[in-house]
Structure formats: structure tokens, C-alpha cells
Design a protein around this ligand. Structure first.
Ligand code: PEP
Ligand code: MG
Length: 602
């Protein structure tokens, strides 16, 4: 074989899969030009309606299969596609194209969906761009139905043993249609960690790599493949040595998984008896169930920007109140910390239009937007006060840099509570307000901020970015983006001490807490509350149960004294190795947790 032997992408579902490649071309079919005679136009409209009805039935069937195999929340992924096929405006426009331009059903449907695709895929909104996958989920099957290409023919019998499926775009439909016995892993050209198909692959525990850089032209049906869904690497025609290594790594991962399973319902208490609270970071409603099932003690960060996913308008008060209530009820007796919209910077959903800025990360974003557009902020606060009747709902402010921002936000909360009382709307009268410490300014002012806040939570993704002047989204700088940099470690120490002085809870909700090695450092620095990405909850819990605080404290002292990042990391790893097998720990680590690669933004 010529060409590349290693393909790289984004690991979106952990684990190593070994097997023959199967390239599935389940793509948009070629639609030929055909003018429809005027008297046959209504027949053509009927063909469209029949195809839409058939695909809707298929999607309903897939939704049911997903419910059985993955869960209720995951099954909802198909709702958006089914809704699109039921949208009278969208279908009406396709029918108009048939009637007025005498286009064939497939041509009209192709025209309309390609137009939407172009619009969405060029949108500055990450969320709208992500919805392109939903569009593909209806576009491909409807067009294939109309041109007479059958689904089953495309899903050819892959191989005698489970295959690694390569496809341009992995849709949720394709993910569930392939039986577990047929598929060992997935690799696709398009997609990211938060794509619906990625969520499904994780739920179904199928290793998956998305966003393969440079395509997969060299892959043929039957090419032997090792797919590493943890590190986002695909090896073609591996050597015997590579196969042995991959099997050993997967063996370690599975051993670790068994260890983690043993402690899944145990508390996160260190070997020397210190308890930690582990909460979950929730981005998508689909992640709620798995967060609860992984034993999260509440939600430490709910990124409300994700509520706007694929919307053209901001969600209203009732919808937000209902969602916050649902989250609160999913975690009774635990805090549910809801962050007000963190818009701007890297987060531009469609309904949030703002003038282009030269430096969006230093621009009109987060709390600045909330305070400057109080009507948007007030709607969130009203929803939060209403939901607080059902649980320990709290408000968290992103990207605070000034004391006045906290004061103004608290004033707005008090005013809004009075407004609800005047209106006779059932709602709580108080709402704890906390700040995110995400900038050097906030870190230095932590004493002042702590006095005016009910809690502090450190967003280490942004704190690292702003302290080190390293763009968190710039892959070229990924190695420089590290919270083990002595400057960041020292700021973390100052913040936790400020929290202790003021007696307010100080937690970490940045991705740093999701990495077991960094979590050990945080424990040593004095943090007792961490909020982590739900898939990493079992690993962080397992680690906490293996280690002792006194060892973590020694590691933290070393890291605080270190002159360089590598020195700090070395000290931490050396200290950890007294408690756990580092190789085993590394086998379970999600790569890029501390780099830009997996940082989520809508
Ligand atoms: C952070 O900055 O660390 C954080 C948790 O917020 P986000 O990643 O959403 O910016
Ligand atoms: Mg942030």
C-alpha cells in the first residue's frame, strides 16, 4: 500500500478497535435533471410526500431502537430530524419548487436542502454548523428513496468480523442502523465531540474518531485498521508490533474500566479519609442522564449557551424555567449551578448577532453582554428564580473582571425577585450568585469577589488562556496551553486561599479538573469540589479513592515551587506514582483534556 499509514482526527468515543475497514458511501446521490410535464406535477408532489413519509417512519423506528439500545435521552436525537420532516414551511417550499419550476421531487428537495446546507455550514454559529448533520440525516435517506437507492444496499455486508466503518459524515441514523456485531469502530471526515452521532457512539461504547484530517482516500474495504478513539488516531495496515501494542493498551484500558466499575457507587473519599464533591459539567440535555448515572453530586456548570443549539430565537422564560426545573429534579439535594449565557468569544449561536470585533476573546462577551442586554439576562434570572422552588438552583457569572459586575448582577436578581412577587408568579425570593474566576484580574481580586459572592468556581480553560496569552482554540499552540504552568498553579493557590479566608466554596469547573493528574494537583492545592466532564467522573472518582491528601499536598508544594511546566508535571506524576500505576492511569486519560482539542464551545 502506498500513501499515509497514520490518519489523525478527533477522538470522540474512547477505546481501541481493531478490524478490517469498510468504506460506506452513504452519501448524497447524484440527481439527474428532469423537467416534469405540467399534468404530472401533482404526481411528483405525491412522490415527495411518500418519500418523506417513508423516511419519517424509518426515523421513528430508529428512535425506538435507540431508546432500547442507548436510552431515552439519546433517542431524542432523532426528534430534530423528524420535526424537520414535519415542518410545513420547509416541505411547502419544496412543493412550490416542484409546482412553479416543474422540477422533479428529488431535484426540488436537493435544491432546497443544499441551499439550507450552504447557509448553515457557513454560519458563524457553531451550533447551526452542527445542525448540518441533522440535515444530512434527512437529506440522504429522502434523496436515496426518491432515486431508488436502497439503504440496505448501501449498508453492505461489511465483513465476517466486526469492521471499522469509514464514512464521510456519520449521522445518528447510520450509527444505530449498524448492529454492534457488525461494527467495531467508526471513523468519519466530519463531526466533533458534541455531534449527536458522537454522543450516540459514546453511549453505545463504540470507539469513534471524527474529523479525519486529509480524508481517507487510501482506505479500501478490507484494509486492516487500528482505530484509537481515545487519542484520535487511525493506523492502516499495522505491523505485528503495533497490533500487539494496541491490544496491550486496550487491555490496560479495560482493566482500568473494571477497577472504575468497582467504585462507581462509592463516595469520592481519599485513602486518608478526605471527602471530595464531584459534580458534572452539562452542556447538552442529552448528557443529563449519563451525568446522574455516573454519580455526579449535582451540576457544577451548566453551559446555557447550548440551550440555543440550532435555534433562530433565544429560548423564552417558560422553556428555560422548565429545563432548569428538570435539571434540579434530576439532582435532588445537590447544587445545580447554572451559568448565565457565555456569549461572544468562541460562542456565537445564530440568534446572537453582534458586530464583528478584532479580538472577540477580549471583546463584548459573557457577563458584559448579560449586563448590557438586561432583557436577555432578566429572562434567565426569572427562569432561575422560578426553578429554584424545585431544587438548589444557583446562578454563576462568566468572565467576571470587576467587582461592579457582581454587584450589578445581584441587584438585578433582587429586582427581578421583587418583580415576580408583584406579579404573583410562584418563585424563590433568593438566588445564590457565584462568580467564575477566569481571568487574571478576577484571580488577583479574588478576596474582594469572594466577599460579594456565594461561591467561586474557576474556569481553568479561560484562566489558562488569559494568563498565558495562549488562544485556547489554536491547535498550533496546544502544547503551550497548560494549567500546570507555574503561573497558573500559583494563581490557583491564591484563589483557593481567598475562598478559605472568606468562607465561600471555591471549586474548579474547567477541563483541568477532568484530568486525573491535574485533579490530584487540585486536591493538593486545597480544592474539595470539582466539576468534571461526565465521561471522566469514574476515573477521577477512582483516582481520588487511591491517593492520600498528604501526598497530593507535597506534589502541590513542588508544583508551586517549580520554574517550568515540565518540572511541575514531573513532580505531580512522581507523587501520584506512589499510589497508582501511572501506565494504567494514562490508559484512561482523555487526551487533550488540558489542550485546546476537546474544549467545548457551542
Ligand atoms: C472555563 O473557561 O474553564 C470554563 C469552564 O468555561 P468555558 O469552557 O465554557 O469557557
Ligand atoms: Mg470560560
Amino acid at each position: 500500500m502506498t500513501g499515509r499509514r497514520v490518519l489523525r482526527g478527533l477522538g470522540v468515543s474512547q477505546g481501541i478497535a481493531i478490524g478490517p475497514a469498510s468504506v460506506i458511501v452513504w452519501d448524497l446521490p447524484t440527481v439527474t435533471r428532469r423537467v416534469v410535464a405540467v399534468e404530472l406535477v401533482e404526481t411528483e408532489v405525491q412522490r415527495l410526500q411518500d418519500a418523506v413519509a417513508a423516511v419519517r417512519t424509518l426515523l421513528e423506528d430508529l428512535r425506538e431502537r435507540t431508546r432500547q439500545r442507548a436510552g431515552r435521552e439519546e433517542a431524542k436525537i432523532f426528534d430534530a430530524q423528524i420535526l424537520m420532516l414535519e415542518d410545513p414551511d420547509f416541505l411547502g417550499e419544496v412543493e412550490t419548487l416542484i409546482r412553479e419550476n416543474q422540477l422533479s421531487a428529488e431535484r426540488a428537495f436537493e435544491f432546497k436542502t443544499l441551499e439550507m446546507r450552504a447557509l448553515w455550514s457557513q454560519s458563524p454559529s457553531f451550533q447551526l454548523r452542527q445542525r448540518v448533520a441533522d440535515l444530512t440525516g434527512i437529506q440522504v435517506p429522502v434523496l436515496n428513496h426518491l432515486v431508488g437507492k436502497s439503504l440496505q444496499a448501501a449498508l453492505k455486508d461489511v465483513a465476517a468480523r466486526p469492521a471499522i466503518v469509514f464514512t464521510r459524515e456519520l449521522t445518528p441514523g447510520l450509527t444505530v442502523q449498524l448492529e454492534r456485531e457488525q461494527v467495531a469502530g467508526f471513523a468519519s471526515l466530519e463531526g466533533t465531540r458534541t455531534a449527536h452521532a458522537a454522543i450516540l457512539a459514546r453511549s453505545l461504547r463504540i470507539p469513534c474518531v471524527m474529523g479525519l484530517i486529509g480524508g481517507f482516500e487510501e482506505v479500501r474495504d478490507g484494509t486492516e485498521v487500528i482505530l484509537d478513539g481515545t487519542h484520535g488516531v487511525v493506523l492502516l495496515d499495522p505491523t505485528a508490533e503495533q497490533l500487539a501494542e494496541a491490544r496491550a493498551a486496550e487491555g490496560l484500558r479495560q482493566e482500568l474500566a473494571r477497577e472504575m466499575d468497582k467504585v462507581v457507587s462509592e463516595p469520592a473519599v481519599t485513602a486518608d479519609g478526605v471527602a471530595l464533591a464531584l459534580r458534572g459539567n452539562v452542556d447538552l440535555p442529552e448528557e443529563l442522564d449519563s451525568t446522574a448515572e455516573h454519580g455526579a453530586e449535582g451540576v457544577g456548570l451548566l453551559r446555557t449557551e447550548f440551550l440555543i443549539l440550532g435555534r433562530t430565537k433565544l429560548p423564552g422564560e417558560d422553556e428555560q424555567a422548565a429545563f432548569f426545573e428538570r435539571v434540579a429534579k434530576r439532582f435532588p439535594a445537590h447544587p445545580v449551578i447554572i451559568r448565565s449565557y457565555d456569549l461572544g468569544g468562541d460562542k456565537y449561536p445564530a440568534p446572537f448577532q453582534s458586530a464583528p470585533e478584532a479580538n472577540p476573546f477580549l471583546g463584548w462577551r459573557a457577563i458584559r453582554v448579560c449586563l448590557d442586554q438586561p432583557e436577555i439576562f432578566r429572562t434567565q434570572i426569572r427562569a432561575l428564580l422560578r426553578a429554584r422552588r424545585h431544587g438548589d438552583v444557583q446562578l454563576m457569572l462568566p468572565l467576571v473582571t470587576q467587582v461592579e459586575e457582581v454587584e450589578q448582577a445581584r441587584e438585578l436578581v433582587a429586582e427581578t425577585a421583587r418583580e415576580l412577587r408583584r406579579e404573583g408568579v410562584p418563585a424563590a425570593q433568593d438566588l445564590p450568585v457565584g462568580v467564575m474566576i477566569e481571568t487574571p484580574a478576577a484571580a488577583v481580586l479574588a478576596d474582594e469577589l469572594a466577599q460579594r459572592s456565594d461561591f467561586m468556581s474557576i474556569g481553568t480553560n479561560d484562566l489558562t488562556q488569559y494568563t498565558l496569552a495562549v488562544d485556547r482554540g489554536n491547535a498550533r499552540l496546544a502544547r503551550r496551553f497548560t494549567p500546570h504552568h507555574p503561573a497558573v498553579v500559583n494563581l490557583l493557590k491564591q484563589i483557593v486561599e481567598a475562598g478559605e479566608r472568606a468562607g465561600v466554596e471555591t471549586s474548579v469547573c474547567g477541563e483541568m479538573a477532568s484530568d486525573p493528574i491535574s485533579a490530584f494537583l487540585l486536591l493538593g492545592l486545597g480544592f474539595r469540589v470539582l466539576s468534571v466532564a461526565p465521561p471522566t467522573l469514574p476515573l477521577v472518582r477512582w483516582l481520588v479513592r487511591q491517593v492520600e491528601v498528604r501526598g497530593a499536598e507535597r506534589a502541590a508544594e513542588g508544583a508551586l515551587q517549580a520554574a517550568t511546566t515540565s518540572e511541575a508535571t514531573e513532580v505531580i506524576e512522581e507523587a501520584i506514582s506512589h499510589y497508582v500505576d501511572l501506565e494504567l492511569l494514562h490508559a484512561g486519560r482523555l487526551p487533550g483534556v488540558n489542550s485546546a482539542a476537546t474544549l467545548k464551545s457551542p
